[in-house]
Design a protein around this ligand. Structure first.
Ligand SMILES: [Zn+2]
Length: 288
């Protein structure tokens, strides 16, 4: 072997050894000593643009737009009782209302979610804002400690809750943004809160008017809670750009109520009543 080859080999040998080790590392699983497994929940980047849902109905942007938000979803089932998950119930009601509004025509409709996906509360309101919604309706079903609790409640947002039950409910619903006690969404700072407050005041009257119309139209068709108009600090209603209500269908911890709410007849009544309330609300706005 020539002297040149010998010197070449001296330089090439370590490189060859490194390449061999690299290939070995790729093909042989390396044990992960001391590492533990974690459960991952995929979330959108904070501040990243969220995917907007399809707007259905007339393609005329001057037509009013209703955004319907089915509460909970994905890893968050909401209230759970004897096999009934709040997230499934709310989605069924949201789809029923969407179908009713589209059938009657003249109104544009979008759902914040139309499958079993998780959205943080701020995203839900943000979807409505970015679409330029004229009305935002979040659908939920309650769980009560009191046996025999019954009836639907229409909530609007206010920092001061009307009563202790309303405050406790808002706290439970706002917990959707927590995993093991860790907040998922950024808390808005004090300045944002003040800005939201000023803008919200104007929209609050619209929210309350719409809530009153729902109660009026529900009449005897929907079983309402004895005090059906209440308010509390719901995070999902922190949408300053449009009147917003949170519709609690009833108490699924009450077995009779859970059964009734699961029936197609109850969904149909809900959609009919809400369709009427929405149309009266928009007709009044047009008259202003
Ligand atoms: Zn809920």
């Amino acid at each position: 072997m020539s002297e040149r080859w010998t010197i070449g080999l001296i330089f090439l040998a370590p490189l060859a050894l490194l390449a061999a080790l690299y290939a070995f590392g790729l093909s042989i699983p390396v044990p992960t000593f001391g590492r533990s497994y974690v459960v991952r929940v995929d979330l959108a980047d904070p501040g990243a643009k969220i995917g907007l849902p399809e707007v259905k109905g007339p393609q005329d942007v001057t037509r009013p737009l209703v955004v319907i938000d089915a509460g909970h979803g994905g890893h968050d089932p909401g209230a759970v009782t004897s096999g009934l998950h709040e997230k499934k119930l709310t989605l069924a009601y949201a789809k029923e209302l969407e179908a009713r509004l589209l059938l009657q025509g003249g109104i544009r409709v979008a759902l914040t979610r139309d499958d079993d996906q998780f959205l943080v509360l701020q995203e839900r309101a943000q979807i409505a804002r970015e679409l330029g919604a004229d009305l935002f309706i979040s659908i939920h079903a309650d769980a009560a400690e009191v046996v025999g609790a019954t009836g639907a409640t229409i909530y609007t947002r206010s920092d001061e809750a009307t009563d202790a039950d309303a405050a406790a409910l808002a706290e439970r619903e706002n917990r959707a943004d927590e995993i093991n006690g860790v907040e998922l969404a950024d808390q808005s700072d004090a300045v944002t809160d003040i800005l939201i407050d000023l803008s919200q005041r104007k929209k609050q009257e619209g929210s309350r008017e719409f809530a009153r119309l729902i109660v009026r139209e529900a009449n005897s068709e929907i079983r309402l809670h004895p005090s059906p108009l209440r308010s509390a600090a719901f995070a999902v209603l922190k949408a300053p750009d449009m009147p917003s209500v949170l519709f609690e269908l009833g108490f699924i911890t009450n077995p009779a109520e859970a059964e009734r709410l699961s029936s197609p007849a109850a969904r149909e009544k809900f959609a009919r009543v809400m369709d009427r309330a929405i149309r009266v609300y928009f007709a009044r706005q047009a008259d202003l």
